[in-house]
Design a protein around this ligand. Structure first.
Ligand code: PLP
Length: 466
Protein backbone atom coordinates (compact mmCIF):
# COMPACT_ATOMS: atom_id res chain seq x y z
CA UNK A 1 0.00 0.00 0.00
CA UNK A 2 1.07 3.60 -0.69
CA UNK A 3 2.21 5.98 2.02
CA UNK A 4 -0.45 8.59 2.86
CA UNK A 5 1.41 11.39 1.09
CA UNK A 6 1.97 9.17 -1.93
CA UNK A 7 -1.80 8.61 -2.09
CA UNK A 8 -2.35 12.37 -2.13
CA UNK A 9 0.44 12.93 -4.67
CA UNK A 10 -0.93 10.27 -6.99
CA UNK A 11 -4.46 11.67 -6.77
CA UNK A 12 -3.14 15.16 -7.43
CA UNK A 13 -1.22 13.92 -10.47
CA UNK A 14 -4.00 11.90 -12.07
CA UNK A 15 -7.14 13.91 -11.13
CA UNK A 16 -6.87 16.47 -13.97
CA UNK A 17 -6.66 13.66 -16.52
CA UNK A 18 -9.44 11.65 -14.92
CA UNK A 19 -11.91 14.31 -13.81
CA UNK A 20 -13.85 14.65 -17.08
CA UNK A 21 -14.81 10.98 -16.78
CA UNK A 22 -16.19 11.52 -13.27
CA UNK A 23 -19.72 12.75 -12.48
CA UNK A 24 -19.92 16.39 -11.41
CA UNK A 25 -22.33 15.56 -8.60
CA UNK A 26 -22.30 13.14 -5.63
CA UNK A 27 -22.88 9.51 -6.48
CA UNK A 28 -23.47 8.59 -2.83
CA UNK A 29 -26.72 9.13 -1.02
CA UNK A 30 -26.65 10.61 2.46
CA UNK A 31 -27.39 7.21 3.97
CA UNK A 32 -24.54 5.65 1.99
CA UNK A 33 -22.19 8.34 3.34
CA UNK A 34 -23.39 7.72 6.88
CA UNK A 35 -22.91 3.96 6.45
CA UNK A 36 -19.31 4.55 5.34
CA UNK A 37 -18.70 6.80 8.37
CA UNK A 38 -20.30 4.33 10.78
CA UNK A 39 -17.23 2.12 10.29
CA UNK A 40 -15.27 4.74 12.20
CA UNK A 41 -16.35 4.71 15.83
CA UNK A 42 -12.90 5.93 16.89
CA UNK A 43 -12.50 3.14 19.39
CA UNK A 44 -9.89 1.28 17.33
CA UNK A 45 -7.04 3.02 15.53
CA UNK A 46 -6.77 2.54 11.76
CA UNK A 47 -3.69 2.68 9.63
CA UNK A 48 -3.19 6.16 8.22
CA UNK A 49 -2.78 5.11 4.59
CA UNK A 50 -6.07 3.19 4.75
CA UNK A 51 -7.98 6.15 6.21
CA UNK A 52 -6.50 8.60 3.73
CA UNK A 53 -7.36 6.35 0.78
CA UNK A 54 -10.87 5.82 2.09
CA UNK A 55 -11.43 9.56 2.64
CA UNK A 56 -10.10 10.31 -0.85
CA UNK A 57 -12.65 7.87 -2.31
CA UNK A 58 -15.41 9.29 -0.14
CA UNK A 59 -14.65 12.87 -1.22
CA UNK A 60 -14.46 11.85 -4.84
CA UNK A 61 -17.86 10.14 -4.73
CA UNK A 62 -19.60 12.53 -2.36
CA UNK A 63 -18.88 16.03 -3.71
CA UNK A 64 -20.15 18.53 -6.26
CA UNK A 65 -16.84 18.86 -8.08
CA UNK A 66 -15.85 22.48 -8.54
CA UNK A 67 -12.53 21.10 -9.81
CA UNK A 68 -14.44 19.69 -12.81
CA UNK A 69 -14.02 21.73 -16.04
CA UNK A 70 -17.73 21.17 -16.67
CA UNK A 71 -18.73 22.72 -13.34
CA UNK A 72 -20.34 25.99 -14.48
CA UNK A 73 -21.15 26.92 -10.99
CA UNK A 74 -20.92 29.34 -8.16
CA UNK A 75 -17.68 31.25 -7.78
CA UNK A 76 -15.56 28.19 -6.96
CA UNK A 77 -12.67 27.85 -9.40
CA UNK A 78 -10.77 24.68 -10.13
CA UNK A 79 -7.44 24.24 -8.40
CA UNK A 80 -3.96 23.68 -9.77
CA UNK A 81 -0.98 21.79 -8.39
CA UNK A 82 0.64 25.10 -7.38
CA UNK A 83 -2.13 25.95 -4.94
CA UNK A 84 -2.53 22.44 -3.58
CA UNK A 85 1.21 21.92 -3.04
CA UNK A 86 1.56 25.34 -1.42
CA UNK A 87 -1.38 24.66 0.90
CA UNK A 88 0.18 21.35 1.94
CA UNK A 89 3.45 23.16 2.64
CA UNK A 90 1.63 25.74 4.75
CA UNK A 91 0.09 22.89 6.73
CA UNK A 92 3.45 21.16 7.14
CA UNK A 93 5.33 24.11 8.69
CA UNK A 94 2.10 25.60 10.06
CA UNK A 95 3.51 29.10 10.62
CA UNK A 96 1.48 31.20 13.06
CA UNK A 97 0.97 34.29 10.91
CA UNK A 98 -0.94 36.13 13.62
CA UNK A 99 2.29 37.78 14.76
CA UNK A 100 5.07 38.94 12.44
CA UNK A 101 7.88 37.82 14.76
CA UNK A 102 6.40 34.33 14.96
CA UNK A 103 6.45 33.82 11.19
CA UNK A 104 8.56 36.53 9.56
CA UNK A 105 9.00 34.64 6.28
CA UNK A 106 5.30 33.86 5.91
CA UNK A 107 4.26 37.37 6.94
CA UNK A 108 6.51 38.91 4.28
CA UNK A 109 5.35 36.42 1.62
CA UNK A 110 1.79 37.58 2.33
CA UNK A 111 2.72 41.27 2.24
CA UNK A 112 4.59 40.76 -1.04
CA UNK A 113 1.58 38.96 -2.53
CA UNK A 114 -0.92 41.57 -1.34
CA UNK A 115 1.25 44.31 -2.86
CA UNK A 116 0.82 42.65 -6.26
CA UNK A 117 -2.96 42.97 -5.98
CA UNK A 118 -2.64 46.53 -4.66
CA UNK A 119 -0.72 47.45 -7.79
CA UNK A 120 -3.34 45.80 -10.02
CA UNK A 121 -6.16 47.59 -8.17
CA UNK A 122 -4.46 50.97 -8.13
CA UNK A 123 -3.91 51.03 -4.35
CA UNK A 124 -0.15 51.28 -4.76
CA UNK A 125 0.47 54.03 -2.22
CA UNK A 126 2.49 53.93 0.99
CA UNK A 127 -0.59 54.43 3.14
CA UNK A 128 -2.67 51.66 1.50
CA UNK A 129 -2.80 48.28 3.19
CA UNK A 130 -4.08 44.79 2.63
CA UNK A 131 -4.66 41.62 4.59
CA UNK A 132 -5.69 38.08 3.86
CA UNK A 133 -9.08 37.05 5.21
CA UNK A 134 -10.93 33.76 5.43
CA UNK A 135 -13.06 34.98 2.54
CA UNK A 136 -15.20 37.78 1.19
CA UNK A 137 -17.57 37.75 4.16
CA UNK A 138 -14.77 38.60 6.59
CA UNK A 139 -13.41 41.22 4.18
CA UNK A 140 -16.85 42.85 3.86
CA UNK A 141 -17.19 42.80 7.66
CA UNK A 142 -13.84 44.56 7.94
CA UNK A 143 -15.01 47.21 5.47
CA UNK A 144 -18.20 47.86 7.44
CA UNK A 145 -16.28 48.08 10.73
CA UNK A 146 -13.75 50.46 9.18
CA UNK A 147 -16.55 52.69 7.95
CA UNK A 148 -18.28 52.58 11.35
CA UNK A 149 -15.08 53.39 13.25
CA UNK A 150 -14.34 56.31 10.95
CA UNK A 151 -17.84 57.79 11.02
CA UNK A 152 -18.46 57.23 14.73
CA UNK A 153 -15.20 57.04 16.75
CA UNK A 154 -17.34 56.67 19.88
CA UNK A 155 -18.63 53.33 18.50
CA UNK A 156 -15.34 51.59 19.41
CA UNK A 157 -15.68 52.06 23.15
CA UNK A 158 -19.31 53.03 23.68
CA UNK A 159 -20.90 50.73 21.11
CA UNK A 160 -23.86 51.67 18.98
CA UNK A 161 -25.89 52.99 21.91
CA UNK A 162 -23.31 55.76 22.22
CA UNK A 163 -24.08 56.85 18.64
CA UNK A 164 -26.84 59.47 18.78
CA UNK A 165 -28.59 58.56 15.60
CA UNK A 166 -29.39 55.33 13.78
CA UNK A 167 -26.48 54.52 11.42
CA UNK A 168 -27.58 53.18 8.04
CA UNK A 169 -25.70 51.89 5.02
CA UNK A 170 -26.54 51.18 1.41
CA UNK A 171 -26.07 48.35 -1.06
CA UNK A 172 -28.06 47.36 -4.12
CA UNK A 173 -30.82 44.78 -3.99
CA UNK A 174 -28.36 42.52 -5.86
CA UNK A 175 -25.53 42.90 -3.32
CA UNK A 176 -24.17 39.87 -1.51
CA UNK A 177 -26.19 38.65 1.47
CA UNK A 178 -23.09 38.47 3.65
CA UNK A 179 -24.01 42.13 4.28
CA UNK A 180 -27.22 40.97 5.95
CA UNK A 181 -25.26 38.85 8.42
CA UNK A 182 -22.82 41.70 8.93
CA UNK A 183 -25.68 44.08 9.74
CA UNK A 184 -26.75 41.58 12.42
CA UNK A 185 -23.38 40.80 13.98
CA UNK A 186 -22.22 44.42 14.14
CA UNK A 187 -25.34 45.26 16.12
CA UNK A 188 -26.48 47.67 13.41
CA UNK A 189 -29.47 45.45 12.78
CA UNK A 190 -30.76 44.22 9.46
CA UNK A 191 -32.95 47.28 9.01
CA UNK A 192 -29.80 49.40 8.84
CA UNK A 193 -28.94 47.79 5.49
CA UNK A 194 -30.83 49.84 2.92
CA UNK A 195 -31.37 47.89 -0.27
CA UNK A 196 -31.23 50.27 -3.21
CA UNK A 197 -33.13 49.34 -6.37
CA UNK A 198 -31.13 48.06 -9.31
CA UNK A 199 -31.93 48.80 -12.93
CA UNK A 200 -32.78 46.43 -15.76
CA UNK A 201 -29.10 45.38 -15.95
CA UNK A 202 -29.05 44.65 -12.18
CA UNK A 203 -26.76 47.65 -11.59
CA UNK A 204 -27.39 49.97 -8.67
CA UNK A 205 -29.61 52.92 -9.57
CA UNK A 206 -27.58 55.95 -8.46
CA UNK A 207 -30.61 58.23 -8.52
CA UNK A 208 -32.46 55.87 -6.18
CA UNK A 209 -29.40 55.82 -3.90
CA UNK A 210 -29.26 59.63 -3.82
CA UNK A 211 -32.94 59.78 -2.88
CA UNK A 212 -32.59 57.11 -0.20
CA UNK A 213 -29.70 59.00 1.43
CA UNK A 214 -31.67 62.27 1.39
CA UNK A 215 -34.75 60.56 2.81
CA UNK A 216 -32.76 58.90 5.60
CA UNK A 217 -31.04 62.15 6.53
CA UNK A 218 -34.41 63.94 6.60
CA UNK A 219 -35.76 61.17 8.87
CA UNK A 220 -32.88 61.67 11.31
CA UNK A 221 -30.82 58.61 10.37
CA UNK A 222 -27.07 58.70 9.90
CA UNK A 223 -25.80 57.31 6.57
CA UNK A 224 -22.15 56.21 6.83
CA UNK A 225 -21.34 53.76 4.03
CA UNK A 226 -22.17 52.69 0.48
CA UNK A 227 -21.22 49.21 -0.72
CA UNK A 228 -20.86 48.98 -4.49
CA UNK A 229 -20.66 45.54 -6.06
CA UNK A 230 -18.26 44.85 -8.91
CA UNK A 231 -19.64 41.58 -10.24
CA UNK A 232 -22.86 40.55 -8.53
CA UNK A 233 -23.17 36.93 -7.56
CA UNK A 234 -26.42 36.38 -9.44
CA UNK A 235 -25.67 37.94 -12.83
CA UNK A 236 -22.19 39.52 -12.76
CA UNK A 237 -23.51 43.09 -12.85
CA UNK A 238 -21.05 45.88 -12.12
CA UNK A 239 -22.42 48.88 -10.21
CA UNK A 240 -21.47 52.31 -11.64
CA UNK A 241 -18.37 52.63 -9.49
CA UNK A 242 -17.19 56.14 -10.56
CA UNK A 243 -20.64 57.67 -9.92
CA UNK A 244 -20.91 55.90 -6.57
CA UNK A 245 -17.45 57.14 -5.59
CA UNK A 246 -18.38 60.70 -6.54
CA UNK A 247 -21.61 60.55 -4.57
CA UNK A 248 -19.82 59.13 -1.53
CA UNK A 249 -17.21 61.90 -1.71
CA UNK A 250 -19.95 64.53 -1.87
CA UNK A 251 -21.95 62.98 0.97
CA UNK A 252 -18.95 62.17 3.15
CA UNK A 253 -19.62 58.41 3.11
CA UNK A 254 -17.20 55.51 3.13
CA UNK A 255 -17.18 53.67 -0.22
CA UNK A 256 -16.55 49.95 -0.04
CA UNK A 257 -16.28 47.97 -3.28
CA UNK A 258 -17.25 44.31 -3.05
CA UNK A 259 -15.25 42.84 -5.92
CA UNK A 260 -15.05 39.37 -4.38
CA UNK A 261 -15.35 37.73 -7.78
CA UNK A 262 -15.59 40.58 -10.32
CA UNK A 263 -12.18 41.75 -9.17
CA UNK A 264 -10.80 39.14 -11.56
CA UNK A 265 -11.02 41.88 -14.19
CA UNK A 266 -8.08 43.73 -12.61
CA UNK A 267 -5.86 40.76 -13.42
CA UNK A 268 -6.16 41.41 -17.17
CA UNK A 269 -5.22 44.63 -18.94
CA UNK A 270 -7.92 43.84 -21.50
CA UNK A 271 -10.65 43.58 -18.84
CA UNK A 272 -9.67 46.03 -16.12
CA UNK A 273 -11.54 48.90 -17.80
CA UNK A 274 -14.78 47.11 -16.92
CA UNK A 275 -14.18 47.77 -13.22
CA UNK A 276 -12.76 51.26 -13.66
CA UNK A 277 -13.44 53.27 -10.52
CA UNK A 278 -12.53 50.37 -8.22
CA UNK A 279 -9.42 52.37 -7.30
CA UNK A 280 -11.72 55.11 -5.94
CA UNK A 281 -13.00 52.83 -3.19
CA UNK A 282 -11.97 53.49 0.39
CA UNK A 283 -11.80 49.73 0.79
CA UNK A 284 -12.15 46.67 -1.41
CA UNK A 285 -13.02 42.99 -1.03
CA UNK A 286 -11.34 40.62 -3.49
CA UNK A 287 -11.30 36.83 -3.12
CA UNK A 288 -8.21 35.06 -4.42
CA UNK A 289 -10.17 31.82 -4.00
CA UNK A 290 -12.75 33.09 -6.52
CA UNK A 291 -10.51 34.75 -9.09
CA UNK A 292 -7.54 32.36 -9.14
CA UNK A 293 -7.28 28.56 -9.21
CA UNK A 294 -6.38 28.26 -5.52
CA UNK A 295 -8.08 26.30 -2.75
CA UNK A 296 -10.39 28.04 -0.26
CA UNK A 297 -10.18 30.16 1.75
CA UNK A 298 -8.19 33.07 0.47
CA UNK A 299 -10.09 36.33 0.78
CA UNK A 300 -8.43 39.73 0.77
CA UNK A 301 -9.30 43.10 2.24
CA UNK A 302 -7.68 46.27 0.94
CA UNK A 303 -7.87 49.78 2.27
CA UNK A 304 -6.68 53.04 0.80
CA UNK A 305 -6.14 54.40 4.32
CA UNK A 306 -3.94 51.92 6.17
CA UNK A 307 -5.67 49.52 8.52
CA UNK A 308 -8.77 51.61 9.17
CA UNK A 309 -10.44 49.15 11.52
CA UNK A 310 -7.39 49.26 13.81
CA UNK A 311 -9.37 51.04 16.48
CA UNK A 312 -11.75 48.08 16.50
CA UNK A 313 -9.14 45.33 16.47
CA UNK A 314 -6.19 46.76 18.46
CA UNK A 315 -5.39 44.80 21.62
CA UNK A 316 -2.33 44.25 23.77
CA UNK A 317 -1.97 41.06 25.66
CA UNK A 318 0.33 40.08 28.47
CA UNK A 319 1.11 36.69 27.01
CA UNK A 320 2.05 37.69 23.45
CA UNK A 321 5.45 39.32 23.02
CA UNK A 322 5.40 42.90 21.67
CA UNK A 323 5.80 43.40 17.92
CA UNK A 324 9.23 44.16 16.58
CA UNK A 325 9.84 47.77 15.56
CA UNK A 326 8.82 48.45 11.99
CA UNK A 327 6.61 45.36 11.74
CA UNK A 328 2.95 44.84 12.46
CA UNK A 329 1.20 41.83 13.94
CA UNK A 330 -1.88 40.75 12.02
CA UNK A 331 -3.80 39.75 15.15
CA UNK A 332 -3.86 43.42 16.22
CA UNK A 333 -5.22 44.66 12.88
CA UNK A 334 -7.75 42.00 11.88
CA UNK A 335 -10.49 39.86 13.41
CA UNK A 336 -8.53 36.61 13.29
CA UNK A 337 -6.21 35.68 16.14
CA UNK A 338 -4.42 32.43 15.28
CA UNK A 339 -3.92 32.79 11.59
CA UNK A 340 -3.27 30.24 8.88
CA UNK A 341 -0.72 30.96 6.15
CA UNK A 342 -3.36 31.82 3.54
CA UNK A 343 -1.09 33.71 1.16
CA UNK A 344 1.35 30.98 0.12
CA UNK A 345 -0.97 29.27 -2.38
CA UNK A 346 -1.61 32.65 -3.98
CA UNK A 347 2.09 33.56 -4.05
CA UNK A 348 3.13 30.24 -5.59
CA UNK A 349 0.39 30.46 -8.23
CA UNK A 350 1.43 34.00 -9.20
CA UNK A 351 5.10 32.98 -9.24
CA UNK A 352 4.49 29.95 -11.43
CA UNK A 353 2.23 31.64 -13.99
CA UNK A 354 3.48 35.21 -13.99
CA UNK A 355 1.48 38.26 -15.01
CA UNK A 356 0.91 37.04 -18.55
CA UNK A 357 -0.13 33.56 -17.45
CA UNK A 358 -2.62 34.97 -14.95
CA UNK A 359 -4.25 37.33 -17.44
CA UNK A 360 -4.38 34.49 -19.99
CA UNK A 361 -6.39 32.40 -17.49
CA UNK A 362 -8.91 35.18 -16.92
CA UNK A 363 -9.18 36.02 -20.62
CA UNK A 364 -9.70 32.36 -21.48
CA UNK A 365 -12.65 32.26 -19.10
CA UNK A 366 -14.22 35.33 -20.72
CA UNK A 367 -13.59 33.88 -24.19
CA UNK A 368 -15.34 30.66 -23.18
CA UNK A 369 -18.27 32.68 -21.83
CA UNK A 370 -18.52 34.49 -25.17
CA UNK A 371 -18.46 31.15 -26.98
CA UNK A 372 -21.19 29.88 -24.65
CA UNK A 373 -23.33 32.97 -25.41
CA UNK A 374 -23.01 32.34 -29.15
CA UNK A 375 -23.77 28.63 -28.88
CA UNK A 376 -26.77 29.22 -26.61
CA UNK A 377 -28.22 31.81 -28.96
CA UNK A 378 -27.78 29.38 -31.86
CA UNK A 379 -29.62 26.74 -29.86
CA UNK A 380 -32.59 29.07 -29.26
CA UNK A 381 -31.78 30.32 -25.75
CA UNK A 382 -32.19 33.93 -24.69
CA UNK A 383 -29.40 35.51 -22.63
CA UNK A 384 -30.94 37.61 -19.86
CA UNK A 385 -27.85 39.24 -18.32
CA UNK A 386 -25.42 41.77 -19.72
CA UNK A 387 -21.92 41.57 -18.28
CA UNK A 388 -18.40 41.50 -19.69
CA UNK A 389 -17.53 38.97 -16.97
CA UNK A 390 -17.69 35.21 -17.62
CA UNK A 391 -21.20 34.59 -16.28
CA UNK A 392 -24.10 33.70 -18.56
CA UNK A 393 -27.78 33.56 -17.48
CA UNK A 394 -30.30 32.27 -19.99
CA UNK A 395 -33.77 30.97 -20.49
CA UNK A 396 -36.20 29.97 -23.22
CA UNK A 397 -39.63 31.48 -23.63
CA UNK A 398 -41.36 28.10 -24.05
CA UNK A 399 -40.29 26.92 -20.59
CA UNK A 400 -42.82 26.64 -17.76
CA UNK A 401 -42.09 28.83 -14.68
CA UNK A 402 -40.25 26.02 -12.94
CA UNK A 403 -38.45 24.97 -16.12
CA UNK A 404 -35.07 26.51 -15.35
CA UNK A 405 -34.95 24.86 -11.94
CA UNK A 406 -35.99 21.52 -13.42
CA UNK A 407 -33.32 21.75 -16.11
CA UNK A 408 -30.60 22.62 -13.58
CA UNK A 409 -31.71 19.66 -11.46
CA UNK A 410 -31.76 17.31 -14.45
CA UNK A 411 -28.27 18.40 -15.54
CA UNK A 412 -26.97 17.81 -12.01
CA UNK A 413 -28.67 14.42 -11.73
CA UNK A 414 -27.06 13.26 -14.94
CA UNK A 415 -23.68 14.55 -13.77
CA UNK A 416 -22.19 15.45 -17.17
CA UNK A 417 -22.03 19.15 -16.20
CA UNK A 418 -23.26 21.48 -13.45
CA UNK A 419 -25.28 24.69 -13.68
CA UNK A 420 -27.52 26.41 -11.17
CA UNK A 421 -30.99 27.83 -11.16
CA UNK A 422 -31.31 31.59 -10.79
CA UNK A 423 -34.28 33.39 -9.27
CA UNK A 424 -33.99 37.14 -9.63
CA UNK A 425 -35.86 39.39 -7.23
CA UNK A 426 -37.94 40.70 -10.13
CA UNK A 427 -39.35 37.19 -10.44
CA UNK A 428 -37.36 36.26 -13.50
CA UNK A 429 -36.00 32.73 -13.55
CA UNK A 430 -33.08 31.47 -15.57
CA UNK A 431 -30.23 29.00 -15.76
CA UNK A 432 -26.90 30.39 -14.54
CA UNK A 433 -23.57 29.21 -15.95
CA UNK A 434 -20.33 30.71 -14.74
CA UNK A 435 -16.98 29.81 -16.29
CA UNK A 436 -14.80 29.38 -13.21
CA UNK A 437 -12.43 26.61 -14.24
CA UNK A 438 -9.08 27.47 -15.83
CA UNK A 439 -9.26 24.45 -18.15
CA UNK A 440 -12.82 24.78 -19.40
CA UNK A 441 -12.50 24.62 -23.17
CA UNK A 442 -14.68 24.54 -26.31
CA UNK A 443 -15.32 20.80 -25.88
CA UNK A 444 -16.66 21.48 -22.38
CA UNK A 445 -18.93 24.24 -23.69
CA UNK A 446 -20.24 21.78 -26.27
CA UNK A 447 -20.80 19.17 -23.56
CA UNK A 448 -22.75 21.72 -21.52
CA UNK A 449 -24.94 22.72 -24.45
CA UNK A 450 -25.68 19.03 -25.10
CA UNK A 451 -26.44 18.35 -21.43
CA UNK A 452 -28.82 21.30 -21.30
CA UNK A 453 -30.52 20.23 -24.52
CA UNK A 454 -31.08 16.72 -23.11
CA UNK A 455 -32.39 18.14 -19.84
CA UNK A 456 -34.64 20.68 -21.56
CA UNK A 457 -36.10 18.01 -23.77
CA UNK A 458 -36.93 15.78 -20.82
CA UNK A 459 -38.41 18.72 -18.91
CA UNK A 460 -40.56 19.94 -21.81
CA UNK A 461 -41.66 16.35 -22.52
CA UNK A 462 -42.39 15.75 -18.84
CA UNK A 463 -44.50 18.88 -18.62
CA UNK A 464 -46.40 18.03 -21.79
CA UNK A 465 -47.41 14.64 -20.38
CA UNK A 466 -50.40 14.38 -18.06
C1 PLP B 1 -18.86 35.11 -2.66
C2 PLP B 1 -19.13 36.51 -2.41
C3 PLP B 1 -18.96 37.06 -1.14
C4 PLP B 1 -18.62 36.21 0.06
O1 PLP B 1 -17.31 35.72 -0.06
P1 PLP B 1 -16.85 34.38 0.68
O2 PLP B 1 -15.44 34.22 0.20
O3 PLP B 1 -17.76 33.30 0.21
O4 PLP B 1 -16.94 34.64 2.13
C5 PLP B 1 -19.14 38.42 -0.99
N1 PLP B 1 -19.48 39.18 -2.04
C6 PLP B 1 -19.66 38.70 -3.28
C7 PLP B 1 -20.03 39.61 -4.41
C8 PLP B 1 -19.49 37.33 -3.50
O5 PLP B 1 -19.68 36.82 -4.74
Amino acid sequence: MDSPLAVVARRLADWPGRVRGVATTPRLSRSAILRRLARYDFTHPCTLDAVISDMADLLEQGTVHSTHPRYFGLFNPGVRAAGVAADALAALYNPQVGAWWHAPAAAEVERHTLRYFQRRIGFDTPEASGSFTTGGAEANLTGVLAALARAFPVFVTGGLQAVDRHPVFYASDQAHDSLVKIASVTGLGRDALRRVASDARQEMDVGALRQAIARDRADGHEPFLVVGTAGTTATGAIDPLPQLAALCAMEGLWFHVDAAWGGLAVLSDALRGHVAGIELGDSITLDAHKVLPVPMGAGMFFSRWGAPADAVFAVHTGYVPDPEPGTSDAYQHTLQWSRRFIGLKVFVTLAELGDAGISALVERQTAMANLLRVKLAQAGWRIINDTPLPLVCFTRDDLPPTGAAAIARAVAAEGAAWVSELRLINGMRAIRACITHHETGPEDIRALIDAIARAAESVVRGVALP
